[in-house]
Write a protein that binds this ligand. Sequence first.
Ligand code: PA5
Length: 461
Amino acid sequence: MQLKFDFNNMMKETLGEKEGLDFQLFETHKDLLDLAYSKVMDNRGKGWQEWTNLPFYQQDVVKDILETVKRYQDYDNVVVFGIGGSALGTIAVANALLHLRHNELEKNVRKFPRLYVEDNVDPERMQALLDVIDVKKTVFNVITKSGTTSETLSQYMIIHNILKQKLNDAKDNIIITTTKGKGTLYDIAVKEGYKVFDLGGGVGGRFSVLSPVGLVPLALVGIDIKAILEGAREMSEACFSPVACENPALSTAFLQYISMRKGKNISVLMPYADSLKYMSDFYCQIWAESLGKATDNNNNIVHAGQTPVKALGVTDQHSQVQLYTEGPFDKVVTFLAVEKYRTEVVIPSAGDYPETDFLQNKTLNDLINYERKATEFALTKYKRANFTITLPEVNAHTIGELLQYFMYQTAYCGALLDINTYNQPGVEEGKQATFAMMGRKNYEKKLEEINSLKKDERFII
Ligand code: PA5
């Protein structure tokens, strides 16, 4: 494992008795930790935990993906239509591993198509996309596990119609990723003869980035998907350790769990790298949708969960950090640090201005790292719980490790909370209500229920 985990600033030795945690907790909660460990490990590769197999058993899938993407190397654009778990992993990884201005580079420098991940149905956004791409030179990867999500189906219908008008045939420009044998999009794909990638039955949306959901679009823009899977395998091995305090995912899940019980109901992820900015969106979704549950596995009302918040270092030092340092003691901050950035920028002299001497001949690399250490120091001094995950550098291997860590951390935390990590009834409720209001057949009862909620005019200004 190349990532390093430092949770000193969670412990009582650093934060003191009131805010800090006792290392003994790993001992006193050994039964709970063992139970959570076996809930995850005994079900590895089974049911909704099929995601744990993805780094290990996808040789044929990877071969098929790499063969397929060859056809699209000369295309101008890759557009992903998908939402939630069908989009956020791709956004996070692409932003981490592509040039930060990938789409703006000249084609001969970029070498691979531009990438647009369209995870909203704002009509202005759709129009804006159509204004900048030539659909004939674009491959559209339509991704939906259920095959029925209104947003993704609508996007597909719009693009299919345009392609039909412009090319007569949409077949070569559309790749479908969905659950084989299930859902509207699968039926369409079979009839229209599209290339289909299967994401497998037991892989939930937010745990699917290492399935074709993420691998297809990432390979289309030239990202080394084999190296990502290799990193994920290495992290998996670390997360198999039964010794809780040596297992990065189980130990940090446990520290978050204990923190939640002490009222720290907010989890901030603060990467100090623009390349990792969208890892926070990935984390926010997996942490929120997996752990935010009304009942536990015995149907007790628990209203579990910890609200994830995204912050970016150093940008948010000038925005949110004041609150983190002096506001309520209700947060755990996770820093993502990078040891070696992929470039170095030296700060030159500004002339004879002694006030600027301290910056002169230093690098932006020094500055961002000292700023991270300074924020860590300030938070710790004010007794705010925080821990740091360090990536030696951002590359396909370390990103694979990080993704797999987040997935295992969530799985272990769900097991500690004894909730169903893999369902999302709150999201489904919204999906059903959308079907009803858009007039889908058999949703008449749901529409009645929605219409029965009357608005009181007194409360509308
Ligand atoms: O994690 C999840 O299960 C959700 O966020 C889904 O990914 C999201 O709702 C999109 O669903 P689908 O892939 O079925 O279109």
